[in-house]
Design a protein around this ligand. Sequence first.
Ligand SMILES: NC(=O)NCCC[C@H](N)C(=O)O
Length: 415
Amino acid sequence: MKGIHVTSEIGKLKKVCLHRPGDELLNLPPDELERLLFDDVPFLEVAQAEHDRFAEILREQGTEVLYLEQLVAEAFKAHPGAREEFLNEYIEEAGIKGQAMPAIVRDYLNSIEDDFEFVKKTMAGVAKSEIDLPHASSATLDDMVSAHSDKESDLIIDPMPNLYFTRDPFACVGNGVSLNRMYAVTRNRETLYGKYIFKYHPEYADTPLWFQRDAASHIEGGDILNLSNKALAVGISQRTQAAAIDILAQNIFWKTEGCEIEKIFAFDIPNCRAFMHLDTVFTQIDVDKFTIHPAIMGTLRVFELTKGATPGEVDIKEHTDSLEKILEYATGVDGIKLIPCGGGDPIAAAREQWNDGSNTLCVEPGTIVVYQRNNVTNDVLYKEGLNLLVMPSAELSRGRGGPRCMSMPFQREDL
Ligand SMILES: NC(=O)NCCC[C@H](N)C(=O)O
């Protein structure tokens, strides 16, 4: 089957998009970690081995694994001119200082003939040591200072270390995609890759977009959960603004064709790094089960958005029932059970949520990929009868994301 098809969080996973961590993790300057939204410098070789095991686990379940970098290279191959268009946009958004420097870096990147290597290089970033820096006669003062001053970074273009969290820059909903505008500049550049896949890739070029990367407000895929073909949950979080959910609702209900979603449930979660997205505190693992970080219970407000009666109108109401009841109403399934991360121990819950104990990837109802390190939560899940596919996680978890964050389903079987 061609194209995108995702109508739940749990239907059998047929195709998924990953990104194998690459040289972008070698270009991570330790004193820039906060700005780049990363928490440590991982050991690349081990991170890649862990990631390869993740991909292998998915293939063992019959899932086709697609790689973001490969899809972009295929889009360039299929459409002459796409690579040049991408490069122009990439250079414009790369934050390169000086007037002479952008053209120099552009030529340098363009000299990489192989599309796949070219794409990976744009992801890795560019260091000053790689190119001939401009000299006084051919450059502005800004070029000179940024190229040669010790006070400046050793990098001309930042790496994109968060790319292996393919969940966030775009999100598949039904047969379309929310091409996101991200909270931070460092991650907004990642959405360019999705833009070119959904514009030029032979299998995905006609995908409708429910959100555009130049929107006025930000939304990230970790906040978008497909509860059913008719219902979406979206977090209001550090990364997703309520105003972005208004835009999404307008697009889905009124401005675009082909989306089956009739109800959007907005979950207002605390605004902090540990809970950056809804999927860091809440993921669906079976028809009637969700994992949840207990710390969000009690503070959570849930709003329901539906199509209004007159063009452009969206009706909004707040739900005051328990979360279980709201989820029963939203999914149409009775007897919803919430399984707390950390098994009820607040210290274990906080520790394991920090390492994404609530961030599971469901490959079919009741079968989930989890990080090995979250043993307290994993024990609880075993006892609840879940089938756990356990993956190594010492290095990948340093980026603050788990199996759901590291995957973007392109196709799931309908339930
Ligand atoms: N869906 C997710 O929760 N993704 C994890 C993203 C982690 C990344 N370091 C970030 O801060 O954006």
